[in-house]
Each structure stands twice: as structure tokens, then as C-alpha cells.
Design a protein around this ligand. Structure first.
Ligand SMILES: Nc1ncnc2c1ncn2[C@@H]1O[C@H](COP(=O)(O)OP(=O)(O)O)[C@@H](O)[C@H]1O
Ligand SMILES: N[C@@H](CCOP(=O)(O)O)C(=O)O
Length: 307
């Protein structure tokens, strides 16, 4: 059994417009690298973090909290240490905290010879995610660990459904360089919603799942709507309405807030359209003076990869 592992832990898009806290998909080209090795000393240490300033103290880092949740469940006479090479900016809305939490437990599980299922790893990783957002949500963790599109059917016990990813589907993302913490963008949400909006939203979730199963891009397009969360959060994201309008004019099937923002995602049929959508997003933000990055990615059907 190996003593050290290096992994790529991908960025993810949670919610996918209509599926707040339940739907998510995995990106292919954006992610963190993590190295984990066994150590003689028991417990868990983070020895190095590059890219962004984050706490080395495992109790203050989502990777540490997730790792300790796993290690508290198993009796070992050795420990682990971790190096994090962070590429996903914290507070970006593309699952930066989830990449660390899920990568951490995935890597430890590999070094232990895979005693845990991906469902059990999701449970441990959610403990880390709760440190970042104040709540145990698995809609970023599930696509990172399972790959593709996922639906979190239940949090306790954790039940993740793996949905199909149509081959021609591409994601375009714009990440405005402002930080929105998930905990802050959850604080603006109402505690109750009108029944009529709930009906529209769950019809869209069901339609989106059906569209993925049947490769029905027209249905997918009509289901990529968020009548519940977006109206409260979009005001936190500069030029959100223009990005959405221009993306759809450029051919996107739909466009919405990625996770809790500030990133915005669009889904398109075909790489050429996804690139036109990227150009339309860049045109909107170029005039704004706000620094930004854009990405085009296919859907990563594998999730976390061993390097
Ligand atoms: N390893 C980590 N990676 C990213 N964020 C972390 C990590 N450990 C702790 N955090 C904290 O989590 C918060 C970012 O998480 P969150 O607000 O959910 O945004 P994101 O959408 O990027 O996951 C920040 O306050 C950050 O300091
Ligand atoms: N369902 C959560 C997802 C948060 O995703 P993140 O990428 O912003 O951490 C929410 O919308 O609050």
C-alpha cells in the first residue's frame, strides 16, 4: 500500500439554477492539487498551503475538519500530513471549500486501501463544508467525489444519485474577483417561500433530471430557471442580468449563479457555443473595471483524479 498520494480535486457548480442545495456538476479544467502522506505521528497536520492564505490549523481549515471526522471514525496507530496547492479562490462560488474537504477524505481513504464508500466520504467531507458555510450541504461535495451531475436525495443518511452527463454539454464560467462567502449569501435568503414559486421550482428540478436522462436540450434549457434563490442573491453580483441576457443571446441553454456566487455559469450544447458565450461574458465585464476570469469546461464525469 502506498504512503503518499497526489490528487486533482475539481471545482464544482452547485445548485444548477433550480436545485438549491441538491444539484451540482463537476468541472474538468479548474481544481486544486493536494498531496497527502502517512506520518508516524498520529492525527492530522497541514504542513503547507500555496496559492491563497488559509489557516494551517486543521480545526480552522475545511480539509482538516473533514479529515478529522474520518480519523475519529477509525482506529489507527499512525497519522497523515497534507500539502494544499490551492488554485480555486475561496469564496468564488465554484466549490473552493468543497475541493479541499472532499479531496482530503478521498486521499486519506486511498492511502488506507479504500475502507470507506463514496457515500461515507461525502458524510465526512460535509463536516468540513459546514465550517465554511455554517451548514452541512453536499451539493458541491457529491459532484467532486462522484463526478458528473449529482442530486443529493438526502443528507441524513446521505444518499447521492448519479445523473447522466450529456456528452455535448459544456460549461462556461465567469468569476468576478470579488469574494462572497457562502455563509453571507445564505443570510440574505428568506426562511419561507410562496407555494406557487415552490411548484415552479420543483417542476424545473424534475424536468432538468429528465432532460439529462433523455438528452433533451430544449427541456434542459427551459428547466434552467431559478425563481426562488436568484432574485435574492443576484443583487450581490455586479452585472448579473447583463451576463445572463448576453449568454442566452450567444446561444447558451441557460445561465445562473454558480453556487452562492459571485461566479456565474452557463451551459451550452457544443464547445463552439460555449466559447461564444465566454466571449459575450468577457465583453460585459471588460467594460466594468472589475477584474475577472473566465473558463470553458466539459463536464468532468470522473470527479477527483489521482495524479
Ligand atoms: N481549505 C479551504 N479552502 C477554501 N476555503 C477554506 C478552506 N478552509 C477554510 N476555508 C474558508 O471557507 C470560506 C470559503 O468557503 P465558501 O464561502 O463556501 O466559498 P466557496 O464557494 O469558495 O467554497 C472562507 O472563509 C475560507 O477562509
Ligand atoms: N447550495 C449552496 C452552494 C454553495 O456553493 P459555493 O460554491 O458557493 O460554496 C448555496 O447555494 O448556498
Amino acid at each position: 500500500m502506498r504512503n503518499e498520494i497526489k490528487i486533482f480535486s475539481p471545482a464544482t457548480v452547485a445548485n444548477v439554477s433550480c436545485g438549491f442545495d441538491v444539484l451540482g456538476f463537476c468541472l474538468d479544467t479548474i481544481g486544486d492539487e493536494i498531496v497527502v502522506r502517512k506520518s508516524k505521528e498520529k492525527g492530522f497536520r497541514i504542513t503547507r498551503i500555496e496559492g491563497f492564505e488559509l489557516p494551517l490549523n486543521p480545526l480552522e481549515n475545511v480539509a482538516g475538519v473533514a479529515a478529522l471526522a474520518l480519523l475519529n471514525d477509525i482506529n489507527l496507530d499512525f497519522g497523515f500530513e497534507m500539502e494544499i496547492y490551492k488554485k480555486i479562490k475561496p469564496g468564488s462560488g465554484i466549490g473552493s471549500s468543497s475541493a479541499s474537504a472532499s479531496g482530503s477524505v478521498f486521499a486519506i481513504n486511498e492511502l488506507l486501501g479504500r475502507p470507506y464508500t463514496r457515500h461515507q466520504l461525502t458524510h465526512f467531507a460535509m463536516k468540513g463544508e459546514a465550517l465554511a458555510s455554517g451548514i452541512e450541504h453536499a451539493d458541491n461535495i457529491a459532484p467532486a467525489l462522484f463526478g458528473g451531475f449529482t442530486l443529493v436525495k438526502s443528507n441524513a443518511p446521505i444518499q447521492v444519485l448519479e445523473l447522466p452527463s450529456p456528452k455535448a454539454l459544456y460549461a462556461t464560467l465567469i468569476h468576478p474577483e470579488i469574494e462572497i462567502k457562502t455563509s453571507d449569501s445564505r443570510a440574505v435568503l428568506p426562511k419561507q417561500i410562496p407555494l406557487q414559486l415552490a411548484i415552479t421550482q420543483w417542476a424545473n428540478v424534475g424536468s432538468l433530471v429528465h432532460a439529462l436522462h433523455t438528452n433533451d436540450y430544449q427541456l434542459l434549457s427551459s428547466a434552467l430557471q431559478d425563481v426562488v434563490i436568484e432574485p435574492y442573491r443576484k443583487g450581490l453580483i455586479p452585472h448579473f442580468d447583463s451576463i445572463k441576457k448576453q449568454s442566452v443571446l450567444a446561444g447558451a441553454l441557460g445561465c445562473g449563479i454558480s453556487g452562492s456566487g459571485p461566479s456565474i455559469f452557463a451551459l451550452s450544447e457544443g464547445l463552439a457555443t460555449a466559447k461564444s458565450v465566454e466571449k459575450s461574458m468577457r465583453d460585459v465585464y471588460s467594460k466594468s473595471g472589475i477584474p475577472f476570469n473566465t473558463y470553458v469546461s466539459k463536464i468532468n464525469s470522473k470527479g477527483i483524479k489521482i495524479l
